[in-house]
Ligand binder design. Structure first.
Ligand code: PGA
Length: 274
């Protein structure tokens, strides 16, 4: 199916699609990466929690994913605020001789609700293949966590016209077998947009998001696919968030740099359509 067909497919049933998009509450997720010490991590978490509380009945869900050692502190700091806490990776095994790794079971035990797997920095820095990412996603789901499965093409792959092919392969190769709308979130993050200040245009993002939705329909059925959240990530900031979050198949953001300032993180969230 070519890009045009995918878009046509996606835009086919307008009123139903609008309803589905409304049913998918936006998820605004902060990926702190390897940033923050105890003091600034706590301060950032406290500020995010205070802002969410002040916002009252927010129309979006909010998640922060600090580095592993800060997870307990952040959980304690945001307790009762409605802010969820996740981790940035997990191991595929429940326990054992895996020096330096952390199990999804421990993350769940600590109080995490989510875990990110397959981020492009993990795929590049740690040689994570789709099979590894899928095994991690299975472990996360088995532990009772919501898994955020990241996919995305490099600039070379985009320039070679392989964007949809690469993202389709990563999606189908990384999705856990037990995926449901409530235990799995997909994050499309073009590698060339991560940390570069260069964001995908709304058309570029929507084209990939529509393909993802169509593949989810084919693999998991209409109902599951309609309920599953697909986030965009890559230099999302208060200036570009509103336009991206208004697109029919973008159900939130995975935000790196802009999530390190509570004010910017909130401005992104507040850009969600009401
Ligand atoms: P960025 O990172 O917002 O700094 O581009 C996003 C991510 O890598 O999740």
């Amino acid at each position: 199916m070519g890009p045009a067909a995918v878009l046509t497919h996606s835009y086919g049933k307008k009123s139903g699609r609008e309803k589905d998009a409304m049913a998918r509450r936006k998820l605004i997720a902060g990926n702190w990466k390897m940033n923050g010490l105890r003091a600034d991590g706590t301060a950032l978490a406290a500020s995010v929690a205070a802002r969410l509380k002040a916002a009252g009945q927010a129309r979006y869900d909010m998640l922060v994913c600090p580095p592993f050692p800060l997870v307990p502190l952040v959980l304690e700091t945001v307790a009762g605020s409605g802010v969820s806490v996740g981790a940035q990776d997990c191991h595929m095994q429940v326990k054992g001789a895996h020096t330096g790794d952390t199990s999804a079971t421990l993350l769940k035990d600590l109080g995490c609700s989510h875990v990110i797997v397959g981020h492009s920095e993990r795929r590049t820095d740690h040689g994570e293949t789709d099979a590894i990412v899928k095994a991690k996603a299975e472990a996360a789901v088995a532990a009772g966590l919501v898994v955020i499965v990241c996919i995305g093409e490099t600039l070379d792959e985009r320039d070679a016209g392989k964007t949809l092919e690469i993202n389709r392969r990563q999606l189908l190769g990384s999705l856990p077998d037990a995926a449901t709308a409530s235990n799995t979130v997909i994050a499309y993050e073009p590698v060339w947009a991560i940390g570069t200040g260069r964001t995908a245009t709304p058309e570029q993002a929507q084209e990939v998001h529509a393909m993802i939705r169509a593949e989810l329909v084919a693999k998991l059925g209409q109902e599951t696919a309609d309920g599953m959240r697909v986030l965009y990530g890559g230099s999302m900031n208060p200036k570009n968030a509103k336009e991206l979050l208004a697109l029919p198949d973008i159900d939130g953001g995975l935000i790196g740099g802009a999530s390190l300032k509570a004010e910017d993180f909130f401005a992104v969230a507040e850009g969600s359509p009401s």
